[in-house]
Design a protein around this ligand. Structure first.
Ligand code: LLP
Length: 433
């Protein structure tokens, strides 16, 4: 958990600012990011590669939290950017992100997405399937352009994480299988297209991974594949992209490694494999999303109704829920919370934190011990910076929350709260005018 601080009023602070004041100023639910923490996380990755003299690209996986302000911070930190849709690419372009450092992903990239990527000369497309190779070749010929690509392969490694967010095993919708020769066929096909330059291989074995073994195993599989690709096609991987997935701490029991240790382990494994197979050391690319923004963000809520079922449970309802944080409902994800206006309150009780959607499953946290709360107290759910706002939705027609960035003692609104007009702006009337 990002260690938080408490001011003399007993209020939670973020980036030195009083969360109670922020909630008063911007309303709740409210996402607040400590921009310094985002920078610290990004720098931990970049610095470790530098210290080890390894040429690398750290691409922020913008799916974790995409907004113009966030992409600008990624730009300021010299990161590259991973986008998976026209919407994410559009946001990056609006943010003025350098196009040559944008990589595009997706298991079903459309003609429009590929065309947009090609028209804007983005740095690299991570090719996922045979259909896409044909589309890309067609678009490149039509535009008279060239493109660097990576081949996404599934190394058949299961990382320790929740089933729903596993993307690296063989039975996956993503990428080319290594086991049955698909990657080999894809390379063969790509090498015949003049407009395409194959820079290397890509894999992503999952998300919220704590141990390094999964990455090590995946890299070993990649190198054994590279050996055969070299023998069969004379191909050498200039770049090895090992994806993202580095875990963060949501609750006390979570034990991720320091970010530097993941990088060091990746480098060590690759150094070792390069030796074993007598290959040239590739440029290493990674794509962290969660580990850059996750512990930098919190969500502030106001307490409303409280229902006590004697000897069973006390439900404390807040003014958000699965519309701004889908992860507990979708993945059974666990979070920690504090009472923002009374963090160290001495009178404690066990409560369950309920969202306000019309659905019993809309519970943010079950059975957490907190200082006793009442109406209008404020709850902060911690480490909500990744896949919170980005997965927020309009269920029950709740407008999306606002997002505030805090840095150097100043707060700045970076995404406005949605209005009811926003909510119906694409609705058309079905009555006679
Ligand atoms: N690269 C690729 C190809 C990915 O598919 C992903 C995440 C990442 C990088 C970034 O992974 P990260 O460093 O953030 O773990 N919505 C889920 C997570 C889905 C992750 C999908 N891919 C959640 O809320 O836990």
């Amino acid at each position: 958990l990002h260690p938080y601080e408490i001011n003399q009023d007993g209020h939670l602070t973020i980036g030195g600012l009083d969360t109670v004041e922020l909630a008063k100023k911007y309303g709740t639910p409210l996402f607040v990011y400590d921009v310094n923490k985002i920078r610290e996380n990004a720098r931990a990755f970049v610095r470790t590669f530098k210290e080890q003299n390894v040429k690398a690209q750290v691409a922020y996986a913008s799916k974790a939290f995409s907004s113009i302000a966030m992409i600008q911070v990624a730009k300021q930190e010299g990161l590259s950017l991973d986008v998976v849709s026209q919407g994410e690419l559009y946001t990056a372009l609006e943010a003025g992100f350098p196009v040559e450092k944008i990589h595009m992903h997706g298991n079903n990239k459309s003609l429009e997405e590929i065309s947009m990527a090609v028209e804007h000369n983005i740095g690299c497309i991570v090719v996922d399937n045979f259909y896409e190779i044909d589309l890309l070749a067609h678009v490149l010929k039509e535009h008279g352009k060239e493109m660097d690509v990576l081949i996404r392969v599934t190394p058949g490694v299961e990382a320790h994480t929740h089933d729903y967010i596993l993307t690296g095993n063989e039975d996956s919708k993503f990428g080319f299988d290594l086991a049955n020769g698909q990657a080999d066929q894809a390379l063969q096909k790509l090498l015949q297209i003049d407009e395409i330059h194959v820079k290397g291989l890509h894999c992503h074995i999952g998300s919220q991974i704590f141990e390094t073994d999964g990455f090590t195993m995946a890299i070993e599989k990649l190198f054994s594949a590279l050996k055969s690709l070299k023998e069969r096609h004379g191909f050498e991987s200039e770049v090895l992209n090992v994806g993202g997935g580095f875990g963060i701490k949501y609750i006390e029991e979570d034990k991720p490694l320091p970010l530097e240790d993941y990088v060091t382990s990746l480098i060590d494994t690759i150094r070792n494999q390069v030796k074993v197979y007598d290959m040239t050391f590739p440029e290493i690319w990674i794509e962290p999303g969660r580990s850059i923004v996750g512990d930098a963000g919190i969500t502030l809520y106001s307490v409303g109704s409280i229902k006590e079922i004697p000897n069973v449970r006390k439900y404390v309802s807040i003014d958000g829920g699965m519309t701004d944080n889908l992860r507990p409902a979708l993945y059974d994800a666990k979070y920690h919370a504090v009472v923002a206006n009374n963090v160290n309150g001495s009178e404690k009780e066990e409560i369950s934190l309920a969202g306000k959607c019309c659905e019993s499953g809309d519970m943010l946290i079950w059975d957490i011990e907190l200082p006793k709360v009442d109406q209008n107290d404020m709850i902060a759910v911690l480490s909500t910076g990744a896949y919170g706002y980005s997965m927020s939705n309009h269920y029950n027609r709740f407008p999306k929350a606002a997002v505030v960035f805090v840095e150097d003692g100043k707060d700045k609104l970076v995404i406005k709260r949605e209005s009811f007009e926003d909510m119906v702006k694409n609705d058309l009337s079905y009555e006679e005018e």
